[in-house]
Unconditional design. Structure first.
Length: 150
């Protein structure tokens, strides 16, 4: 892929955010990571709000479930209910292993559900796999490709 891809990382844990950004920085795919710390910031980033920069529709969203102010389930529901955002792939990247969270995420139309590994090396590998899959294997909608190249 010869274009820069935009990734929205929605993660309240600063440590997990730093590790994710470090793994994405090592990618062979050129990317810009936009990090927000809670669900309200995520929605404002995607839709815009007064006094903030224009909204950006990223090529991929990495979404934690357990977020302050507005949790990841609500953010996912908002994204998938919005005709302008619904095609953006959303990977739920979380520590939760409960069947209710897994089923609930897919019922809200998450594109993928991934558990965060606890050890550093596995965590870095999982993030790298996500990046490679979504930008080297999967086909993204044309509108996203055209927008990203302009």
């Amino acid at each position: 892929m010869s274009r820069v891809v935009d990734i929205l990382l929605v993660e309240d844990s600063l440590g997990d955010a730093k590790l994710t950004m470090k793994a994405l920085a090592r990618s062979t795919i050129e990317n810009r990571v936009h990090h927000v710390k809670d669900g309200v910031e995520a929605v404002e980033f995607l839709r815009g709000c007064p006094g903030k920069p224009e909204p950006i529709h990223p090529d991929l969203i990495l979404l934690d479930l357990n977020l302050p102010r507005k949790d990841g389930r609500e953010v996912l529901a908002d994204i998938k209910a919005d005709p302008e955002l619904m095609r953006i792939p959303v990977v739920v990247l979380t520590t939760s292993r409960t069947d209710a969270d897994i089923r609930g995420s897919y019922e809200l139309h998450a594109n993928c559900y991934v558990n965060k590994p606890v050890d550093l090396q596995s965590f870095m590998k999982v993030v790298s796999f996500i990046d490679q899959f979504w930008f080297s294997v999967a086909q993204l909608p044309e509108a996203q490709v055209e927008r990203s190249t302009s």
